[in-house]
Design a protein around this ligand. Structure first.
Ligand code: NCD
Ligand code: ZN
Ligand code: ZN
Length: 437
């Protein structure tokens, strides 16, 4: 394939030739070979496909919420070419057998993928670390979906095991001793009310995140483990990471939604960590713009509409997001709120370098042809009905997004407008522990 006249994130206009899954050349005036598909990309931007290092695709055990096929189709349609799945499935991915069971299901993926290993009291580090883990994590310092919260001594043990094998560790940092139980005590006004959604934010306090981030960073320092703080939702959490060797990640929902959206979202806005005040949201966004955020990843956590449409105490935590990651960030580029190079870095270049994913996250000769083509003059409204996740809803309904027109994984078309045209099981495992690609 030859892509001609595309604008890259750094402003250069180039032709890009793809051969055998890789970018063969980035140049000017490249000529098409006989029979080669030519994509006229004038007026379009060509960007590296996003690497979403935080998704929950729910198999095994939760295929009514999402499957590897549906989740990865959603990824492809949103310009995400690599996903990293989290361990709070059923069974949890805490030993070699559970890893193998998930790996067999993940082979159905449309996009490339990594599989993380988890830590619970019954984990088996020996058999788990024999497998090609992408990373250890998310390690839960408080209960979230799957009830995998662990105590500090087990966390320290896990850091030592990971450091010894040079495996990075991602952390869900909340300290449940600092949650405010009284916030859940009053009359919450029933399902779907502002009071219900806002109570979750009052319950899982910003202080609980800051304290757990500090604790995780201290433990990282003492162990020499490479630590990445997942879904940092407060400026305090981001600032604590900035002074250390650790890295941080922010989600689109903490960048684009706040407690002010609670009324519209009701229990659909319940997630961990929760939505924060508008001031904190704006401060998180400012840190992204200023370059203090290493990664934007989605924490794509699909639950069905029926599951979310329950009382605040019954509805599960989590929102979907893999398909709207790039569209929301590119809309901020379109409106001048974010530089396009920053967006490229936080969704592609940085995740590849932090987690040691060779050959991805950059547009240069020799790299994997994981690419998206977008028209930054052509936003559309996000609507659940047009998205591909099995969960059937989005917290960003009605918000503007700039969607990709074409998504390639290693040169293969996995999405071209609608519908997805890629082969079902095109994805391959990635990560620095995966050999023999
Ligand atoms: N973020 C959430 O609220 N939920 C996630 C788990 C998690 O990332 O904590 C899920 O798996 O549903
Ligand atoms: Zn989490
Ligand atoms: Zn998560």
């Amino acid at each position: 394939m030859l892509i001609t006249g595309a604008e890259l994130a750094d402003g250069r206009v180039r032709d890009v030739r793809i051969r055998e899954g890789a970018i063969e050349a980035v140049g000017e005036g490249l000529d098409a070979d006989a029979g080669e598909r030519v994509v006229d990309a004038r007026g379009r931007h060509l960007l590296p496909g996003a690497i979403d290092v935080h998704v929950h695709f729910r198999e095994p055990g939760g295929s009514h919420k999402e499957t590897w096929a549906s989740g990865s189709r959603s990824a492809a349609a949103g310009g995400v070419t690599t996903v990293v799945d989290q361990p709070n499935t059923s069974p949890p991915t805490v030993d070699g057998d559970a890893f193998d069971e998930k790996a067999a299901l993940a082979a159905a993926s449309h996009v490339d993928y990594g599989i993380n290993g988890g830590v619970t009291a019954d984990w088996d580090p020996e058999s788990l670390f024999e497998r090609p883990l992408f990373a250890l994590g998310e390690v839960f310092l408080a209960d979230s979906t799957g009830d995998m919260g662990i105590a500090l001594d087990l966390f320290e043990e896990a850091l030592a095991e990971a450091a010894a094998r040079d495996v990075p560790v991602t952390v869900h940092a909340e300290d449940e001793t600092l949650f405010d139980e009284s916030a859940l005590g009053g009359d919450l006004g029933g399902v779907g009310t502002a009071a219900a959604a806002d109570a979750w934010s009052a319950y899982r306090t910003a202080e609980a995140e800051a304290a757990a981030v500090e604790r995780a960073l201290d433990a990282a320092d003492a162990s020499d483990a490479q630590v990445h703080i997942a879904h940092t939702s407060t400026p305090e959490g981001i600032d604590a990471v900035a002074d250390t060797d650790a890295t941080c990640e922010v989600t689109p929902h903490h960048l684009f939604l706040s407690r002010e959206n609670a009324g519209r979202l009701g229990t659909f806005g319940r997630m961990n960590p929760p939505l924060r005040s508008e001031e904190r949201r704006a401060a998180v966004f400012e840190r992204l713009r200023d370059g203090d955020v290493d990664v934007v990843a989605t924490d794509h956590a699909p639950h069905t509409v029926a599951e979310k449409r329950q009382g605040l105490r019954e509805a599960p935590s989590g929102v979907p997001g893999v398909e709207t990651l790039y569209p929301l960030l590119l809309e901020s580029v379109r409106t001048g709120e974010l530089p396009i190079e920053r967006v490229r870095d936080v969704v592609a270049t940085n995740p590849a370098s932090i987690f040691g994913i060779e050959g991805k996250g950059r547009i240069e000769a020799g790299a994997d042809a994981d690419l998206i083509l977008v028209d930054l003059t052509n936003p559309r409204e996000i609507e659940a009905g047009a998205l591909h996740s099995a969960c059937g809803w989005t917290p960003f309904e009605g918000v503007q997004g700039v969607f990709p027109e074409l998504t390639l994984v290693r040169g293969e078309v996995v999405y071209e407008r609608d519908p997805v045209t890629g082969a079902e099981s095109f994805g391959e495992p990635v990560g620095r522990n995966v050999r023999d690609r």
